[in-house]
Design a protein. Sequence first.
Length: 283
Amino acid sequence: MKTRNSKSPLALKLMGFLFVVLLVSSCIPNEKIMYLQNKEDDPALANDTLIELKRIDYRLQPNDILLINFFSKETQAVEDYYPIFQRRAMMGLGGGNNNNGNNILNDPYMTGYHIDKNGEIEINGIGRIKAAGLTTDELKYSIEDIIRTKDGVMDILVGVKLQGIPFTIYGEVGSPGSRVERVYELTLLEAIATSGDLTLNANREHVILLRDYPDGVRIHEIDVTGRAIIPTEYWFIQPDDVIYVPPLKIRELGVGTSALQNLSVIVSVISSTTLIISLLTRF
């Protein structure tokens, strides 16, 4: 029968092994959480170097909501192109000072032009117009040409823009959810920042981006810890992008994310192990 003293070295070795395993597996190195590192020491991505951006004109798709305005010297010439309730608001009739009416007029969902599943919008006085596949500028010129040809309004100017940039972000994010940013351009890091940043457990090297294309959806995997993303088409968010941020493997271990939490976990495990060994060595 082995004595208690003969088991003490084994207990110490076991505790030492557990300490090392927990320490190594529970620490998140800075390289895993720092953004925009020049990982490859690429001179083209070095500090103070001008990095060329890849801007791609967004092509309108079904379910986009557009804000369209018409301008002419003659107000009457363009009034008929607006929905009835917008015409009344322009004339100061029916709820011009009504807060509820103003809220409706400020809601793109109510006042915007919806691109249907066939890729078309419908404008009063004009009819149905193809919109999907065009840029906002191309649609603007198309509408202007139709109005000049059909109604003879030669000084017509049309303004076409998206309601903003809607996107969804979830996973290891401070504030997951869907939101709309009223801007013309939005970078991926800006989208992350407006969502409360990523958590310490976030796997920044394997962020998933789901992007709509005319023929379907593509899934892209992005590393936001590196600078290589900047000159790509994924640097800018597009309308209806979905961003998923997966957790690091450390999440499976259920240990802490800070040094203090890690130390608490290690002390707790060692204490428990010591107690178990102590009880076993009594028999």
